[in-house]
Ligand binder design. Structure first.
Ligand code: C2O
Ligand code: CU
Length: 480
């Protein structure tokens, strides 16, 4: 859905016009201005949006812009973002900038890095993303419901130089837990889902639409920023029907460039992103399919349709993006930190007395059950307001190798705030060296990832299957 906007933006830029950053097309896209500061306002509130065809009613989403997915904030590398959250909800909230190596105070974790933003209040975040790439943002409390209703947007930091593309689009893959007859939401969580693989949606969409047709320039090289913003489902995408037969090529993982490789078996768990490039069909009207092949039955998710006069022939040769500048961990001196992901030893007794002392809206933020643990420590029930001690305290400036051990029979995408992992090796599979902010741990797998602890603060460390995060598989590391 970004192609037309991109050309508009390109035109504006080509014309040398200096614009204040402003919402375009109903606030869904915010074109970066030529100034170094980009300001946006994000009004989180309930909005009706049709996901299902009639006779189902439009569904009661919660979004940051007029429509999900929105907005798409685009910055150029080096530009500073000043984003003001306006809380139009009846519960407290915050914005976490997923994947950005930013100052701790801007990280958006209620009680840990900031005070909560109460209904009607505003909170301004300001930072300059150090890395280019495809990032996103979402709340960090009651996430199972808020993300479940669509509260997420894209933050894109465009790299300087590097290969040119004929289109640059965002594909946010997300399922919705909807009653297909009425359009109403079902339960966002259940003990069964939370204690196993998560609660799954009933309707699959890309950019909030069921099997949308996305126009791409005929014979053009299309950069698609694929996002999994679902709360539970792992997907494995393909672009099928390309005329060269090669499908799409991965050029970045979680925004981080890697040598181009075919999109052919890179599962994306919740929160993971892949930037891919593919060649659109030559002839207008011809189509490609975006398909999820993760389950036995491949599921078509979207259609790319060639439009316009065919662009001139050129060889299809995916090129690497400019390398990221992520501090290199010193593996020779790195200290090994074991992180074991397991079921909680014993379900903790829920202190329901605490709930009665809180306003109803705040209580929604609190976990009601504990099923999971990291190093045998579960995020306490009663949630953020009773902070546990950090999982580990790291010395600022030192390098660390986390040995992530999955002791469960389930998948866990493990996410670190404020840092980008260098993914080293696994005992269960061959690992392509890459950087990522979220790594998928397979059942029983041990995966080694490294960081240089250069960014001080308290940084969340958790599973991004939201029901796992909410039921104990969450902690934080302290860098001091
Ligand atoms: Cu995208 Cu702590 O999360
Ligand atoms: Cu998990």
């Amino acid at each position: 859905f970004l192609a037309p906007r991109l050309s508009r933006r390109t035109l504006l830029r080509a014309g040398g016009t200096v614009l204040a950053a402003a919402a375009v097309a109903g606030g869904r896209s915010l074109a970066a201005a030529s100034t170094d500061l980009v300001e946006v306002e994000l009004l989180a509130k309930p909005r009706l949006q049709r996901i299902l065809p009639e006779p189902a009613a439009p569904s009661p989403l919660i979004t940051y812009a007029e429509r999900f997915p929105g907005p798409v904030i685009r910055l150029r590398k080096g530009q500073r973002l000043r984003a003001t959250l306006v809380n139009g909800l009846d519960e407290h909230t915050s914005i976490h900038w997923h994947g950005i190596r930013l100052p701790n105070a801007e990280d958006g974790v209620p009680f840990l890095t900031q005070a909560v933003t109460r209904p009607g209040e505003r909170h301004t975040y300001e930072f300059t993303p150090p890395d280019s790439g495809s990032f996103f943002f979402h709340p960090h409390c009651n996430t199972v419901e808020l993300l479940g209703r669509g509260l997420a947007g894209a933050l894109i930091v465009e790299e300087e130089g590097g290969p040119k593309f004929d289109a640059d689009l965002v594909c946010m893959v997300k399922d919705w837990i909807l009653d297909k007859a009425t359009g109403a939401f079902g339960e966002f969580t259940s003990d069964r889902g939370a204690s196993r693989a998560g609660t799954f949606g009933t309707v699959s969409t890309v950019n909030g639409e069921i099997d949308p047709v996305i126009d791409v320039p005929a014979n053009g090289d299309v950069r698609a920023r694929l996002y999994n913003v679902d709360s539970s489902r792992v997907i494995d995408l393909r672009v099928e029907g390309t005329e060269n037969g090669g499908g799409a090529w991965i050029i970045a993982v979680d925004g981080n460039p890697l040598p181009p490789r075919p999109l052919d078996g890179w599962p994306m768990a919740p929160a993971m992103r892949l930037d891919v490039v593919f060649r659109a069909p030559k002839e207008a009207g011809k189509t490609l399919r975006l398909t999820n092949v993760y389950s036995a039955e491949p599921k078509p998710l979207a259609t790319f349709r060639a439009t316009g006069p065919a662009l001139p022939n050129k060889r299809f040769a995916p090129r690497a993006l400019p390398a990221a500048d992520i501090p290199e961990p010193d593996l020779k001196t790195a200290q090994v930190v074991p992180m074991a992901f397991s079921a909680a030893a014993a379900p903790q007794v829920f202190d329901s007395a605490l709930l009665t002392t809180l306003p109803e809206a705040d209580a929604r933020c609190l976990a009601a059950k504990t099923f999971w643990a990291i190093n045998q420590q579960s995020w306490p029930e009663g949630g953020h307001e009773r902070l546990p001690p950090p999982l580990v305290t790291l010395d600022k400036g030192r390098s660390y190798v986390f040995e992530l051990a999955n002791l469960t029979p389930h998948l866990h995408p493990i996410h670190i705030h404020g840092y980008t992992f260098k993914v080293l090796s696994s005992d269960g599979r061959k690992v392509v060296p890459h950087h990522a902010d979220t790594v998928l741990l397979e059942p029983k797998e041990r995966l080694r990832v490294a960081i240089k602890a250069d960014n001080p603060g308290d940084w969340m460390f958790h599973c991004h299957i939201i029901e796992h995060q909410d039921t104990g598989m969450m902690g934080y590391i302290r860098v001091a």
